[in-house]
Ligand binder design. Sequence first.
Ligand SMILES: [Zn+2]
Length: 174
Amino acid sequence: MAPEKSPQPPAVTSEWVRRGRSKIHGGGLYAAKPIPAGTRVIEYVGERITKAKAQRREAHRLVARADGQDGCVYVFELNKRHDIDGDVKWNTARLINHSCEANCEPEIIRSHIWIVALRDIAAGEEITYDYGFDFADWKGHPCLCRSPKCVGYIVIRGQRWRLKKTLKATRVKR
Ligand SMILES: [Zn+2]
């Protein structure tokens, strides 16, 4: 990671979540108590950067991933000009894993990205959202969410039917 010029802000906390070891992947966030639907669970923070800068960073990460390093995607589209790069230590929400049956979704509210509960969440449940990856990139993103609806790869909900079709066709060929 690039050296920071200013001192790092403290890690973002929220009364709704605690950190824990995830069954899905690495670390994760868990409901610290019952969370009602519609709650702003935690803010997704990071560095506000231009689209051009975000694209350069993503290109670097893709190379790193091809190299076998962690190539997670942390960039969120904020508006037409700016993105948020959440790959910073104080962005606690970066620990949230993808699930094919997510209980939260990111929402932009007045230029801030919030992870919002889609339904009531029980205490102890892992917090998840749909990473929204494009179908075109499915091969690089296996999904380990273990939900009964898991399609095996991290692909945005609206494009999962294409993935299912592709996987089915591959099976037939063998
Ligand atoms: Zn899954």
